[in-house]
Design a protein around this ligand. Sequence first.
Ligand SMILES: [Zn+2]
Ligand SMILES: [Zn+2]
Length: 268
Amino acid sequence: MLTDSHCHLDDPKYADDLEAVLARAADAGVTRILSIGTGDGPPELDRAVRLADQYPQIYATVGVHPHDAAKVTPRSLDDLRTLAAHRKVLAVGEIGLDYHYDFSPREVQREVFIEQLKLADATHLPVVIHTREAWDDTLSILRQYWKGEGIMHCFTGDAAQAREALDLNLHLAFGGVLTFKTADNIREAARITPDERLLIETDAPYLAPIPWRGKRNEPAFMAQTARKLAEVRGVTVERIASITTANFEHLCMHSRNVTRYTEVSDGN
Ligand SMILES: [Zn+2]
Ligand SMILES: [Zn+2]
């Protein structure tokens, strides 16, 4: 059993075949999916929550992606606070900084990141962090404003950066990039991450692993990333599945009193 800790199931790319995508995920052993709720940004912040209401195996996050930071109003933060109380919302995210695209001014990205860290703290939820070409600013904000737990999603740093994130009490989630030929640095980071901080994700529809690189990604493809992670760490794929699932449950579900039992009972 595998848990996809980061996926965008609300993406229009799944509009026509979501049921088939979920069926293939189940066949591949991906029995739980955390769907990221950022969508196209405010005002519509409940896209993943609606999916979680519909499917027992889907859980949700709520948050504003750094790309959409400029769309935030005081109303958006109120909406996030309300949605965070939903029983299947397991984290605030993805939040952070993206200086690659700069779709929102950097100053605004930093403000909105900090506001959402405060919101996660107030609602007792872990955070899902997105950082791109903004490592130093992301870490300095986390050091100043964040004392809780969270996930550095789609971790693509090297071993030194992995240690910095681990020192901040964060989990590292590895995705399809781990399978790319040029990703030796990331594989080294995956090797040195302790068992209890390891997670796996797709970031689907983006970043499909080899041999689907460039195609639409989907949760079923994560089995390929799990195999690569097993090879890198010199363990079985079953071991990768069990530790990453246990870590996800410990980080995101125990504090919410959400257990596998509720997933089963939801299905009735
Ligand atoms: Zn991201
Ligand atoms: Zn994402």
